[in-house]
Design a protein around this ligand. Structure first.
Ligand code: 2AM
Length: 222
């Protein structure tokens, strides 16, 4: 493999600092622990899993994977479309290694993934690739009309056999429904915020207090 191809990382993104990773993991665990005990969740269980189960232990159902981060650009060591252009962006070069405060505004759960929505600031959007939402259009057509940054998320866990990149598609699906005017069925006011159901096993918890997460903009070679 020529050096030129290996000099690009697997992906660029914001990597949460260790202390806040623990806090986010705990918040996510608490949420999952509560969600699967709710009557509303049990009622919609057939939408959540096709298996004829009566109960699901969500903490077991999702597998955590690696250090918590919010991917900006998946480069696949240069093989991904637009990887080189992204790495060459002046904002990427200037801000590489800098600290940021990410705002985690919601948690979401689907039969495939659990994640946190990241609401990007204007500054942070300078690091967001222009085609991030468009890339999702084959799977989520309405993503074409969602604002830049809509896909920004932190993957907190994936069901068996599901790839992490699915988390962003799951988030876009929920945001597309909201954009169409579907508020979701308000299920419960929880301590963390309000929980709404969007059908097909999709749950969104809008956090009362967004979680502010310190993160470093960097890359992973993996
Ligand atoms: P994620 O951002 O949803 O967690 C390494 O695989 C990282 O790159 C993961 O964090 C993963 O998903 C992200 N990733 C993998 N393939 C991707 C793709 N095609 N587009 C965007 N992100 C991808």
């Amino acid at each position: 493999v020529p050096l030129e191809e290996t000099s690009l990382p697997l992906f660029f993104g914001w990597f949460l600092l260790p202390g806040i990773q623990d806090k986010v993991r705990c918040t996510s665990m608490d949420f999952l622990k509560t969600l699967d005990t709710l009557e509303a969740f049990k009622k919609h269980l057939p939408d959540f899993t096709v298996e004829a189960e009566k109960e699901v232990d969500l903490e077991q159902y999702f597998q955590a994977n690696g250090a918590l981060h919010c991917t900006t650009k998946f480069c696949d060591y240069g093989k991904a479309e637009g990887a080189k252009e992204y790495a060459d962006k002046s904002a990427v070069k200037e801000l590489y290694g800098s600290a940021f405060e990410l705002s985690l505004s919601a948690l979401f759960v689907t039969p495939r993934t659990v994640g946190a929505r990241v609401s990007l600031s204007e500054d942070q959007l300078t690091l967001w690739p222009a085609d991030a939402e468009k890339e999702a259009v084959p799977l989520v057509p309405a993503a074409a009309t969602l604002p830049a940054g809509s896909r920004a998320h932190i993957t907190l866990g994936c069901a068996e056999g599901v790839e992490a990149k699915q988390t962003g598609f799951d988030l876009l699906e929920i945001l597309a429904l909201q954009q169409e005017g579907q508020e979701g069925e308000l299920v419960e006011e929880m301590e963390l915020g309000s929980l709404a159901y969007y059908g097909k096993g999709r749950w969104l918890l809008s956090l009362r207090e967004p979680v502010s997460a310190q993160a470093c903009f960097s890359s992973l070679y993996g």
